[in-house]
Design a binder for this molecule. Structure first.
Ligand SMILES: [Zn+2]
Length: 284
């Protein structure tokens, strides 16, 4: 218990330091309002869709990096990124996180099956040469068991799907950003999954609404990057506009794992429980 508490304190301090460093780095006094300096943006991409190669090009164009939550069981399948493409993401400075083997609704599974989905996926990513620190819950679904397993499998954080209110919601008590110094690192909020109908102005407003309320972490959650291929596919034109605006605005854009987590942790011992290997399905 004391070890985990110490670690928690250490991680919290590290996260705080990151935010403080971020707040002090490269900003001239008076250039932005005080709250703006404390705003950090994380760009996250889920499911390893092949169209995310377009995101990689746009990130490179704007000298930014993002976090890609990959399902190792889908790598190289039709419409998914290939191993070579993921290697390219890493070479460009992007982060590879875990998203389970087969993208199940984790809380509906027995604990042993959940453990295989999370731990075996992370181990597969490590065996492929990656250093996954960050995890995202498929469909944003989790419970207390899932949270514990994400930690036990060696992840430093787990990202939910949503929890940050859209700018159109006037709710006075709704979260406009995440505070990684206060929130459990295995239930960190993001924007709702970006839909094909989103406008560039709305995406910008997520940052400006956080700035008005003292900053914090604003995590975008993207899936496909395309025009008309998916209700959750962001238009490359809109993503290009957002990245260009972020790059020009001075808002800090960081890898999710750098904002939240500590150093990479090796894989836990191999799963020794009974039961068949999870069946790979094509769902996402
Ligand atoms: Zn997903």
């Amino acid at each position: 218990m004391s070890l985990s508490v110490s670690r928690c304190v250490a991680v919290t301090l590290a996260a705080l330091l990151t935010l403080v460093t971020t707040a002090c780095g490269g900003e001239k006094a008076g250039e932005r309002p005080p709250g703006a300096a404390r705003t950090v943006v994380a760009l996250t991409f889920d499911d390893g869709w092949a169209t995310q190669s377009t995101a990689a090009e746009l990130l490179r164009k704007h000298h930014l990096t993002g976090t890609f939550y990959i399902n190792s069981g889908f790598l190289g399948r039709p419409k998914r990124l290939t191993k070579a493409q993921v290697d390219g993401l890493v070479a460009a400075g992007n982060e590879i996180g875990g998203h389970t083997l087969t993208h199940p609704r984790l809380p509906t599974l027995p604990e042993a099956a959940q453990r295989r989905e999370i731990c075996d996926d992370r181990r597969a990513l490590i065996d492929m040469g990656y250093k996954p620190r960050s995890f995202a819950y498929p469909y944003g679904m989790f419970d207390a068991t899932t949270m514990t397993l994400a930690r036990e499998c060696g992840y430093d954080s787990a990202r939910r799907s949503g929890g940050i209110a859209p700018p159109s919601d006037p709710c006075p008590k709704c979260a406009r950003s995440e505070d990684v110094t206060r929130t459990d690192h295995y239930r960190l909020r993001s924007l709702p999954a970006v839909r094909a109908t989103v406008t560039l102005d709305t995406l910008k407003e997520y940052v400006t609404q956080a700035e008005k309320r003292g900053g914090g972490l604003v995590t975008y959650q993207f899936h496909n990057v395309c025009d008309g291929c998916d209700p959750f596919g962001v238009s490359p034109r809109v993503l290009d506009g957002l990245l260009g605006w972020l790059a020009a605005s001075g808002v800090q854009v960081r890898l999710f794992g750098d904002v939240v987590g500590g150093p990479f942790r090796p894989a836990p011992p191999a799963h020794t429980g009974a039961g068949p290997a999870p069946r790979l399905s094509a769902g996402a």
